[in-house]
Design a protein around this ligand. Structure first.
Ligand code: HEM
Length: 211
């Protein structure tokens, strides 16, 4: 994308960041790549999939959609549950064991890479009663979808807010929203991001996006 924007710069954020790099030498190349990675993967892909996955889960069983429309205060717990059930980031970033330690009967030697599956942790029946069920009103929900500890997601509150705004707007403007293809035609991505390749939807509502 950076090479493309260098060749055809436009009125967009990437072009502005490139200008800050190429014209004024303010960002190093590494900083530019890190910045774009953070914006696109950490800030954008994650939230896009929170919204896409959440809309799919609400429409997959229409009683969920109707329930949240009738009780919008449920959105707070519902959004946490979407992050638990279909975590937009399924893996934490790679860690390295700083020292040799034991966990659950296994030895992790100092220096070995440790990859943590957040998605797997979210199906731990000891932590989440009926872990395989999506519960819009799950009150105890100590999920790891935004990470844990010192690297806890910087954008967690923003992401929750974006989710709330998007779900509220969709339910208000397109109350009859529905998935436009049979569920069997939907395909999931196969990387560390949990999300659908596409979610075609249909609506009869003719609400102006400006209204
Ligand atoms: C639903 C949306 C989001 C999810 C599921 C999510 C998930 C995560 C996770 C799991 C981590 C920890 C990674 C680790 O420890 O290995 C993380 C870190 C981070 N997230 Fe998010 N994130 C979301 C939205 C955002 C947004 C909107 C932003 C910024 C606008 C953002 C910025 C960051 C940053 C900067 C870090 C690194 C923090 C650090 O290393 O100290 N995230 N996120």
């Amino acid at each position: 994308m950076l090479a493309d924007r260098r060749a055809h710069s436009g009125d967009d954020l990437l072009s502005d960041l490139i200008a800050a790099r190429d014209d004024q030498d303010r960002l190093s190349e590494d900083e530019l790549i890190s910045m774009v990675f953070m914006l696109l993967v950490a800030g954008h892909e994650t939230t896009v999939n929170l919204i896409g996955n959440g809309v799919f889960r609400l429409l997959e069983d229409r009683s969920r959609w109707d329930r949240v429309r009738a009780e919008p205060q449920l959105l707070a717990t519902a959004i946490e549950e979407f992050v638990r059930y279909d975590p937009p980031l399924t893996m934490a970033t790679s860690r390295t064991a700083p020292e040799t330690f034991e966990l659950a009967g296994r030895t992790f030697r100092a220096g070995t890479p440790v990859d943590i599956s957040l998605a797997q942790a979210h199906r731990d029946g000891n932590r989440f009663p009926n872990a395989d069920q999506l519960r819009l009103d799950r009150l105890q929900n100590p999920h790891l979808g935004f990470g844990y500890g010192i690297h806890y997601c910087l954008g967690a509150q923003l992401a929750r807010l974006e989710g709330r705004v998007a779900f509220t707007a969709l339910m208000t403007r397109f109350p009859d929203l529905d998935v436009a293809v049979p569920a069997t035609e939907l395909t999931w991505r196969h990387d560390f991001v949990r999300g659908l390749d596409h979610l075609p939807v249909r609506t009869q509502a003719r609400t102006s996006i400006h209204g």
